[in-house]
Design a protein around this ligand. Structure first.
Ligand code: GLY
Length: 479
């Protein structure tokens, strides 16, 4: 029987482990995680594998586990091991793996690298941008530019840090200048490298994610999903890794049409080809376009991930009816052209539950006990993926982030949301648990928002000005 080594410890890896563990290929699943995830542990136990606890970003640690397991292939879930060269290490040891080498993972690691690539290869859906090494230079640019901008850390810092500076005129007093400098400074502090701050033109519209699997020769798009990043209802509050996601029906979302899906796919595919030309290596893994439907371009790239989004993975993977574990093996080994994806047409809703304190106070959100009536939740038809929660003895202890994701697939969004909420009522803790009620309940508003943006970008297209910024100051701006 073939052995697979899965690297990573969150809910996304739990979903991947389930797909691998239920494959008709009968894979034996081994895990390398930084703590004992109860869901992954269950799959490892059932398939007769072994659970290794260690540093998933350490090349030496991974090499040691690879030598001990001698897997037939590997799957890497999170971005940090990719940035640390863990996929490179698998390949050095001759083990095919899902996940790009560290050079390819630059598409996620450095937002500046990503934007420069998009401009170099004239990839549609690119935004104007500037980058700065110092807070002062960035603040000066924001104050001099006559439009609205998004200020971001120049490197991936776990989805945190995006700030929008709108209505520039209102920032011109000394006090407001100080506010901008502080706000930009808080972002710069997140970044370790020299280039600290990325400033992009600000865009607005419904967001969505398109994951494309590629082995460098074939490309396979998966159904769209939409992540909900903010901590609180109605998309307000601090950014989190994602408090929930929706997917479907079919490959689309109710507010993204077939033509927009096709254009989004083209954008992600030509980006994957551009990465390969740039780094002179095959990109083998998942390239995930974090997209927005905007008036400027229609489908537009906000950022890229070199892996599955979490919780997007939990919304998509359970909808795949074909043997997804086998598809992962075909992807790792360069035979993706043989893969066929059949999906459940019905939509899915996934919501994350997090301990009080998340995302701002990790200590406060850590070391709380969680109880779940797992058999009952499963009997009700929900899927459970464990995230930042460790199995210690017989107890489940929170680790400071999103603890559990619950997924329901139903005939419509209303029913799926209702089911997730019922399943949530079977989870309790010795601290307050937070989750968003609105996820899956704002479809009509998003359809309306998309209609406005669609009208606008289609008119621009008809006038031949697609991609020309709408947000342009009278003197031509400073970009
Ligand atoms: N859903 C956001 C992320 O995966 O980083």
């Amino acid at each position: 029987m073939k052995k697979v080594l899965l690297v990573g410890d969150g809910a996304r890896e739990n979903a991947l482990a389930e797909a691998l563990g239920s494959s008709e290929e009968g894979y034996v699943v081994y895990s390398l995680s930084s703590y004992r995830n109860p869901g992954i542990n269950e799959v490892v136990g059932k398939t007769g594998g072994r659970y290794f606890i260690g540093d998933i970003n350490s090349v030496e640690e991974v090499r040691r586990v690879i030598k001990e397991v001698n897997p037939d292939f590997g799957v890497i879930g999170p971005e940090d091991p990719l940035f640390h060269g863990i996929a490179d290490e698998f390949r050095k040891e001759g083990i095919p793996v899902v996940g790009p080498n560290s050079e390819g993972a630059m598409i996620e690691k450095s937002k500046v690298w990503m934007r420069e690539l998009m401009w170099k290869y004239s990839i549609p859906g690119r935004l104007r941008f500037k980058y700065f090494n110092t807070i002062e230079e960035a603040a000066k640019f924001i104050l001099e530019y006559g439009g609205s901008v998004a200020v971001k850390p120049a490197e991936q810092v776990g989805g945190k840090g995006v700030k929008v500076v709108a209505d520039i005129q209102a920032y011109l007093s000394d006090e407001k200048r100080r506010a901008i400098t502080t706000s930009v400074g808080s972002i710069a502090n997140l970044v370790k490298g020299d280039v600290k701050i990325l400033i992009e033109e600000k865009v607005d519209g419904p967001e969505y994610t398109l994951h494309v699997l590629t082995d460098g020769k074939s490309y396979l798009p998966l159904p769209l999903a939409q992540d909900n990043k903010n901590a609180y209802e109605d998309g307000i509050g601090p950014e989190t890794g994602g408090m929930g996601a929706i997917s479907g029906p079919g490959y689309l979302l109710p507010f993204i049409d077939q033509e927009e899906f096709t254009r989004s796919y083209e954008i992600v595919k030509i980006t994957a080809e551009a990465i390969e030309r740039e780094v002179k290596q095959s990109y083998i893994g998942i390239l995930s376009g974090q997209m927005m439907l905007t008036s400027i371009w229609g489908p537009t790239i906000i950022e890229y991930y070199a892996r599955f989004g979490d919780p997007e993975a939990s919304a998509i993977i359970p909808r795949i009816k074909s043997d997804f574990g086998k598809i992962l093996e075909l992807l790792a080994t360069g035979h993706l052209s043989r893969a066929k994806v059949e999906v459940d047409e019905r939509p899915s809703v996934v919501k994350a539950i997090a301990p009080l304190g998340y995302p701002l106070d990790k200590n406060k959100a850590s070391n709380h006990r969680i109880w779940l009536d797992l058999p009952k939740i499963r009997e009700m038809g929900c899927k459970v993926y464990f995230g930042s929660v460790a199995l210690e003895g017989n107890s489940l202890l929170t680790k400071g982030s999103r603890a559990v994701e619950i997924v329901a697939i139903e005939d419509d969004y209303g029913r799926a949301v209702e089911k997730v909420d019922k399943c949530f009522s079977l989870i309790s803790s010795d601290t307050k648990l937070l989750f968003r009620h609105d996820i899956g309940r704002t479809i009509d508003q998003q359809i309306e928002k998309a209609q406005i943006v669609r009208y606008s970008y289609k008119r621009r297209e008809a006038r031949g000005i697609l991609g020309i910024s709408a947000d342009w100051s009278p003197n031509g701006g400073l970009w």
